[in-house]
Design a protein around this ligand. Sequence first.
Ligand SMILES: Cc1cc2nc3c(=O)[nH]c(=O)nc-3n(C[C@H](O)[C@H](O)[C@H](O)COP(=O)(O)OP(=O)(O)OC[C@H]3O[C@@H](n4cnc5c(N)ncnc54)[C@H](O)[C@@H]3O)c2cc1C
Length: 368
Amino acid sequence: MSGTDFIVLGGGLVGSAIAYGLARRGKRVAVLDEGDVAHRASRGNFGLVWVQGKGLGMPEYADWARLSADVWPEFAAGMKERTGIDLNYRKPGGFQLCLSDEEMAERIAFIDRLREQQGAKGYDCEVVDRRRLDNLLPELGPEVVGGTYCPHDGHVNPLRLLKALHKALGGAYRPNSKVTAIRPAGGGFRIEAGQTVHEAPRIVLAAGLGNLPLADMLGFKLPVRPQRGQILVTERLPAFLDYPLSGVRQTEEGTVMLGSSREEVGYDNGTSPEVMRSIAANAVRVFPRLKHARIVRAWGALRILAPDEFPIYQTVPGHDGAHVATCHSGVSLAGAHALRFAGYLAEGRLPAHFTAFHSRRFDVPKAA
Ligand SMILES: Cc1cc2nc3c(=O)[nH]c(=O)nc-3n(C[C@H](O)[C@H](O)[C@H](O)COP(=O)(O)OP(=O)(O)OC[C@H]3O[C@@H](n4cnc5c(N)ncnc54)[C@H](O)[C@@H]3O)c2cc1C
């Protein structure tokens, strides 16, 4: 692999989108990916390309999520052109619904705080009352009092997205390549994947939860943890839902995805009847018609979360050529990772405002 500019460690949505972006810019890239045996949020997520509600406490992230949604149409079109794979990306805007007046008041206050934080830029998310919702969403349950709508939200088939990225990468994508050692060597890095050794001046740690042991190999404790989400999928139903909701979306094929929980259960990616029941019950409160739908699949998958749930982008302390990229919303951010972040890496420098994403933000001494 001599002559490689970047080795990307991990070929989930984050690593693959970054590698695709680097390759688009003419960089010689290799992606070493352990594959499905590792924890892989990229194959277990909900498929939203989402902006609303993101970034309270970090304006840079609110901007980044919005930028990604802005470039997603171009990104999806590029993927189709290169690979022939239609990602089923749709951007009709999305809703988050509220099931009580109290919930509605909390939601409005939350969006107001985001709007205040974003200042003159504003925050494109509007409050929608029940009467307007009835014109846009069919047969809502009686408990729905209103909600919020963001025109930048959308959804996609995340499995097609991953497949398309791997196809676009061609031979640069190396499956069954679990990285077992990283050693600084000659101003760059020697990467061992089983019996195979690879070398490059720059590497990108983008292996989801697998980044924890990888960063450790360079003496860096990456502050991320797993958080489980369970998702249910119904049988195919006639099309009834034109918009994605934060916990309900109808796919192009007609199935309806319901989700997803937030559970602190370590590395257990199983399912549990009580959580599944609660997800289904909530969905039925929103759309009573789902009461009759059969659930055909359910799974658990692990999110990759920093303590504040915002992304971490930085170099590994003491290793300028080793970059780290990890985030909670790898579907939503795929556009920005491919069309912007990869460009920053290719040029050799992150923009000044990216210091906000450095993990040193967690080094604040605790009050006595
Ligand atoms: C229930 C749930 C719902 C979600 N819904 C959404 C959503 O609607 N919208 C959204 O934007 N995001 C969503 N997400 C988050 C999204 O799925 C993740 O942010 C994204 O998949 C992270 O991608 P990743 O590449 O960082 O990690 P992963 O998908 O975990 O991929 C990591 C890759 O690294 C490889 N790897 C690990 N260790 C090694 C090693 N040592 N050597 C080589 N390769 C290695 C693995 O094989 C894997 O392919 C959801 C997540 C969950 C769990």
